[in-house]
Design a protein. Structure first.
Length: 63
């Protein structure tokens, strides 16, 4: 079986403005992007379900 290789782009937000990410949203959505719109929608639904009451996480998702 061939191994799946996905390269995740670097999110240089720390270099741009000094903000240090507290979630893995960037990586999660970068991986989902490689699998198409259904995976992106699923990732969003999971984020919404698990972190709906966390203002800091929602703010980071918007970044």
């Amino acid at each position: 079986m061939e191994a799946l290789q996905i390269s995740i782009p670097v999110w240089n937000i720390t270099e741009l403005n000094g903000y240090e990410p507290i979630t893995t949203f960037w990586q999660d959505f970068s991986i989902a992007d490689k699998f198409g719109i259904a995976a992106i929608e699923d990732t969003y639904r999971r984020v919404k379900s698990e972190w709906k009451n966390n203002c800091k996480y929602w703010t980071e998702l918007c970044l």
